[in-house]
Design a protein around this ligand. Structure first.
Ligand code: LHQ
Length: 263
């Protein structure tokens, strides 16, 4: 991999680090190809119980590499934006939304454009107090993409989503936390440690139940109550048949800590 670093610890955490620090981890075609492959691989690796996405250097990710965009336009082969989104960006966002384990974005620095969309596609976000967020799309005459019009709107509502998207003002990590866009903000020096702490808790949980909970929470935004109750019943039927459910009950009754395996 040229644009990513991938690291597994011994407790079920796989960390994918966007690794073009010299370009603030701006997204190239190679990066989308590699990230797609890395997510596919993580999805089929049973031992991965929590996936962490982060960036190398001072940025998380600043979205599409605008220098590459300019270079291809100058060469007379301008990027087809709709095709780039359909073929490269959107599959990444869809895959992230449906990973068979929790996905945590550890936002180490600025997240802009599709870089912010990527962080929003994770289940939870933990950020350094030095991180910042900027939509940036409006500044280059574009609309927010890679899912941002949906993820952002669901988190902050339409009025704030428009304010963020239209004005493209930088937002501090603390402001993002207050608006529900980030779950935790920690001192920059503690980001690695705090990310590992949270990721370990998630990795040690009943993975299948966490993933089904994500499905139910997402569906809740579109379902009426009877449909949601029915969906919960279906998912609980499946959760109740997992080994981790049996283990959880046995551990509770045996007054010991549960040892979940993700099965
Ligand atoms: C960059 C970039 C960048 C290249 C900073 N590319 N070099 C996908 C495909 C199809 C259709 C369109 O949509 C998309 C999705 C997208 O993501 S489009 C949106 C693309 N992203 C942006 O528009 C963000 C542009 N960047 C910024 O607004 C600022 O650089 C931020 C707020 C990220 C950081 O600001 P500062 O911390 O003040 O840093 P800086 O602006 O001084 O940048 C440092 C260097 O990084 C600089 O290069 P230089 O050679 O002067 O040191 C920038 O040109 C470069 N850089 N973003 N996306």
């Amino acid at each position: 991999m040229n644009t990513l670093l991938i690291h597994d610890d011994d407790q079920g955490i796989r960390t994918i680090t966007l690794n073009r620090p010299e370009a603030l981890n701006a997204v190239t075609e190679e990066m989308t190809t590699e990230l797609s492959a890395a997510l596919k691989e993580a999805a089929k690796t049973k031992s991965v119980r929590c996936l962490v996405l982060t960036g190398a250097g001072r940025a998380f990710c600043v979205g599409q590499d605008l220098k590459t965009l300019r270079d291809s336009a100058e060469k007379g082969t301008p990027m087809d934006f709709a095709a780039a989104l359909r073929q490269r960006y959107n599959p990444i966002i869809e895959r992230l939304a449906d990973m068979p384990m929790p996905v945590l974005a550890s936002v180490n620095g600025v997240a802009a454009g599709a870089g912010w969309s990527l962080a929003l596609a994770a289940d939870l976000r933990i950020a350094s107090d030095k991180a910042s967020f900027v939509s940036a799309f409006s500044k280059i005459g574009l609309i927010p993409d890679s899912g941002m019009t949906q993820t952002l709107t669901r988190l902050v509502g339409p009025s704030r989503a428009l304010e963020i998207a239209w004005l493209s003002d930088g937002m501090s990590a603390e402001h993002a936390r207050q608006w529900g866009l980030v779950n935790q903000v920690v001192e920059d020096a503690r980001l690695g440690e705090a990310t590992t702490e949270l990721a370990r808790r998630l990795a040690a949980s009943a993975t299948k139940a966490l993933v089904m909970t994500r499905r139910a929470v997402r569906a809740a935004l579109g379902n009426d109550l009877p449909a949601q109750l029915e969906y919960e019943a279906q998912l609980q039927g499946a959760a109740g048949a997992t080994r981790d459910h049996q283990e959880g009950v046995a551990a509770f009754l045996g007054k010991r800590a549960a040892v979940f395996t993700g099965e």
